[in-house]
Design a protein around this ligand. Structure first.
Ligand code: NI
Length: 170
């Protein structure tokens, strides 16, 4: 069990659609524990398996507020089955450090998934949890939040990224 290195944009594994989990075994359990530890260590409110280099449909989310102790959710093979409304709010990502921007997403979602033992369940969410679910499920499909912003903003991000990369290579 360990805190793993978080893959960063533009690493290729983050652009590949992850594979469905078929075996609910000790290896999956270890992956889930590493995801949880890495998310809390970052700290972040969500983390997808491909962000630690494992191309499988597994993600963890914890969007608890200051009053709550934890609201950890483990998602295996999650799928959005229903989206409703519209909500724009600021997003960032552990794989794209030092960049946040406003992203337009659905206000409410219903997600069908399995727990760490393979038992199916559904989550209905709005607010911060709905945003986190959409963000992490995007990761599992090889997408970043920068794919959900307008072309001009994306160009701005790309230019800024190229400039920072050039500076850090000097
Ligand atoms: Ni992210």
């Amino acid at each position: 069990m360990s805190v793993r290195e978080i893959k960063k944009y533009p690493e290729k594994i983050l652009r590949v659609k992850t594979e469905r989990v078929k075996e609910f075994d000790a290896e999956l359990e270890k992956l889930i524990i590493d995801l949880i530890e890495t998310m809390y260590a970052a700290p972040g409110v969500g983390l997808a398996a491909n962000q630690i280099g494992v191309s499988k449909q597994v993600a963890v989310i914890d969007v608890h507020t200051a009053e709550e102790k934890s609201s950890l959710i483990v998602l295996v093979n999650p799928e959005i089955v229903c989206m409703e409304g519209e909500n724009s709010s600021e997003e960032g990502c552990l794989s794209i450090p030092d960049y946040t921007t406003i992203v337009k997403r659905a206000e409410k979602v219903r997600v069908k998934c399995q727990d760490r033992k393979g038992k199916p369940f559904e989550i209905e969410a709005d607010g911060l949890l709905a945003k986190a679910l959409q963000h992490e499920i995007d990761h599992l499909n090889g997408l970043f939040f920068i794919d959900r912003i307008g072309r001009i903003k994306r160009e701005f991000f790309r230019k800024r990224y190229a400039r920072e990369k050039a500076l850090s290579n000097k």
